[in-house]
Design a protein around this ligand. Sequence first.
Ligand SMILES: [Zn+2]
Ligand SMILES: [Zn+2]
Length: 311
Amino acid sequence: MPELAPFSASGQFWRGNLHTHSTMSDGRLTPQQVIEAYKARGYDFVQLSEHFLKFFNWPITDTRKFRSDDFTTIIGAELHALATSVGEYWHILATGLPLDFAPCGDDETPAAIARRAADAGAFITLAHPAWSQLTIDDGMSIDAAHSLEIYNTGCSVENDRGDGSYLLDQMLNKARRLTCIATDDAHFHTGDFDAFGGWINVKAEKLEPDALVAAMIRGNYYSTQGPQIHSVSIDDNIVSVSSSPVNSISLIGGTSRTSTRLGKSICSARLDLAELEHSFAPAPPSPWLRLVIIDEHGKRAWTNPIWLDEL
Ligand SMILES: [Zn+2]
Ligand SMILES: [Zn+2]
């Protein structure tokens, strides 16, 4: 039974958070304090993603001195440009930027700055779509985006707008092949309420920034708040999943239909794709699927979208 990426990829999973702020922009902790906090919680890598604005003197924090054999950092930033459909700054995460990435031009559009960052080698993510009230048209306008935040811890604790799945699924239904990430967007202003709540597990041969960013661009990772996905395989119409203990294992697509197994601390499921199309209210087939698991505390993990024509 063919196992799907990233589970089939060689290497091992590395745990990292791509979205966190320090005193270089509007965070409370120094870069070193932020790095030490994540290392103490068992993370393998972190990216400091300062607000890349003139207001903060265009910060791209150089975290290279914090790298060691068992921990690394990725250089990046949160890019901004006007304006979303509600008239505010875009927030676009760029992962894997050069330290000398040039400041934004006065007339540089959101799509143009995202493209410039992607051309510089970065993995591009639309940050906190619900917090920003991004519309489907907003999302579709950034053609350089590789992914969007399906979960943002800071936005979740601030105002319950941490979930980006609405925009992901609508863009997938428009055939935009985005992946998705979970992040913290931690600022540490009130303890660590906005930290350690969502991260990605990236499958790569080595714990090196370039290898991690390349794996992200290929989609070789999954996102989680805690539950672990061990394997996803597909054979004919059956998707087989193994995971840490959860109460829900669910396969969703581009309609209301799902294939879901519920149970107390289940660690595996066999999900039938036919359930997504046949019931008392039949639905058209979806060209994409994604898996969500939920544990007894409501903590979730998400695979990237699976496109059936790529299998
Ligand atoms: Zn932001
Ligand atoms: Zn942020």
